[in-house]
Design a binder for this molecule. Structure first.
Ligand code: PNW
Length: 502
């Protein structure tokens, strides 16, 4: 009793001092029919980079320069899921998930991005989907997870407004071929990463550099392409196939670093630049967020850009885009602390446009990735942020996960990460009335982590990259996740929850 009292005193004192406390856990269950999933993406797991008529994508080409990847590696073999997909299905089945989130490789089904269809590529996804169905697992399918056919990049890629036509053609093929079996479609994974890291800073494929210009141009085309794919589904496929389509945005939590008004405004501004950029046109009032409009317009004018570096939607485009998602796909990983920092007006960069500075609390647990700290409170805050600004939409957490470099099976930090992040999803549902309808762990297994190669492992299954069999072995986090799924929530006597409070 005295112990418990002392514990609560610590919790309260901690909160007052600005220390973030994840405990106590909420012991309760998720709604019935809650979607439990694990996630991957095509380029990160499939391998078979030139198998059976697949075309090259921008990551195949970009990584031929080994200096752009931390360990100089490529995704040419990865987890070899093109051949070993049954191992993935077995792993999923042992977890007890209801859904598997994977992506289709555009260049595998359309080697040139448009035009001729590669039937063996289509057949691969049919085999995968059939294997999932046989295991009683529903597919949740992403159309675009960063692997643009190189043939389309050669025509300007996401900077070419024609990409909305190209993407619509690709979406039509996928809905036609797989739509009878796929009831959840995600058009585009993380347009922010495509726009800023692919065409802005250029740290991802295709490695184009235009941090204050290409960023917004490609972002605009990503939104329009998404909307076209959504409207196509809505008008021609949904009436018979009866599924849902939506977009997935990566939004991490920006907390004000102190209680100054300028810091609170800076944190909200950062959220708007990261999430509102795509969410406001699609889920909000139909244009870019007011604060983004104002900052980029002002800076553009001062820098001699006319028109603004941030494009404008026509009235017709607004109608196309607004409301073009049946759910809000959220990828949440981490959080940071924010203050206002007015940047030099000469800097033409999406980052500088925000006039903020973000940092981490050194007290936060780290991970195998510099950007990823363990901040489970940010999960709940981000969910509430979406609820409040976008009219309480259905949300699917389409990614959430933790990296390490060791890749050990006894991955207790990952157990901690999942426990507290998922518990914050539960609190958001039960306490805050956020309509979260599903959750996907990133990732089913260790895989090709883009520019970090195989050095950062996000799997709840390990992959034995030392042997050609590439066998999948469950980690402690996978066992923990399976237990949560079996219980559809948290109970005191789950092995990893049952710590006494000392
Ligand atoms: C996601 N951030 O990207 C991707 O969807 C996955 O393909 C990837 O493997 C996973 O996260 C882990 O990195 C992110 O800067 C990219 O916060 C950037 C951030 C978060 C997620």
């Amino acid at each position: 009793m005295a112990m418990k009292f002392a514990y609560w005193l610590l919790v309260i004192a901690g909160a007052a001092a600005g220390v973030y406390v994840d405990e106590p856990l909420l012991y309760d269950t998720f709604p019935p029919d809650f979607i439990w999933a694990a996630a991957t993406s095509a380029h990160q797991i499939e391998g078979g980079w030139d198998a059976d008529g697949k075309g090259l994508n921008i990551w195949d080409v970009y990584t031929t320069n080994s200096s752009v990847v931390l360990d100089g590696s490529t995704g040419q073999t990865a987890c070899n899921s093109y051949y070993f997909y049954q191992k993935d299905v077995n792993a999923l089945q042992s977890l007890g998930v209801s859904h598997y989130r994977f992506s289709i490789s555009w260049a595998r089904v359309l080697p040139n991005g448009i035009g001729e269809v590669n039937q063996p590529g289509v057949d691969y996804y049919k085999r995968l989907i059939a294997a999932l169905k046989a295991a009683n697992i529903e597919p949740m399918v992403t159309l675009y997870h960063w692997d643009l056919p190189q043939a389309l990049e050669d025509m300007g890629g996401w900077l070419n407004p024609s990409i909305a036509d190209w993407f619509e053609e690709y979406a039509r093929l996928c809905y036609t071929e797989f739509g009878n079996d796929v009831k959840i479609w995600i058009t585009i994974n993380e347009p922010w990463v495509v726009a800023y890291q692919g065409y802005g800073s250029g740290i991802n494929a295709p490695g184009k550099y235009g941090p204050g210009t290409y960023t917004y141009q490609s972002g605009h085309n990503l939104i329009l392409a998404h909307a076209r794919a959504y409207r196509l589904y809505e008008s021609e496929f949904k009436p018979t196939q009866q599924g849902k389509a939506g977009i997935t945005l990566n939004i991490n939590w920006y907390d004000p670093k102190d209680n100054q008004t300028s810091s609170q405004e800076a944190a909200e501004r950062a959220m708007q630049f990261l999430g509102g950029w795509f969410a406001n046109p699609i889920f909000g009032d139909g244009g870019y967020p007011a604060v983004m409009r104002q900052k980029v317009d002002e800076k553009s004018a001062a820098q001699g850009y006319n028109p603004s570096r941030l494009p404008v939607f026509t009235a017709e485009e607004k109608l196309l885009v607004q409301g073009s998602s049946d759910f809000f796909g959220l990828n949440y990983y981490t959080g940071s602390l924010t203050i206002e920092k007015i940047q030099d007006i000469s800097i033409v960069d999406y980052g500088a446009d925000q006039d903020i500075e973000a940092s981490y609390d050194p007290a936060w647990y780290g991970s195998g990735s510099g950007w990823l700290k363990i901040t489970p409170f940010g999960m709940r805050n981000t969910l509430k942020w979406i609820r409040d600004r976008f009219n309480n939409p259905d949300i699917i957490v389409t990614e959430n996960g933790f990296s390490d470099n060791a890749g050990n099976l006894d991955d207790l930090m990952r157990v901690y990460y999942y426990k507290h992040n998922i518990n914050n999803v539960l609190k958001a549902i039960k306490t805050d009335g956020v309509k979260v309808i599903g959750y996907a762990a990133w990732s089913l297994m260790d895989n090709y982590e883009w520019g970090s190669g195989y050095t950062q492992k996000f799997g709840i299954f390990s992959v034995d990259f030392a042997t050609a069999d590439l066998n999948r072995t469950v980690k402690a986090s996978g066992r923990y996740y399976a237990q949560l799924i079996r219980d559809n929530g948290f109970t005191v006597d789950q092995p990893c929850n049952n710590y006494p409070i000392y």
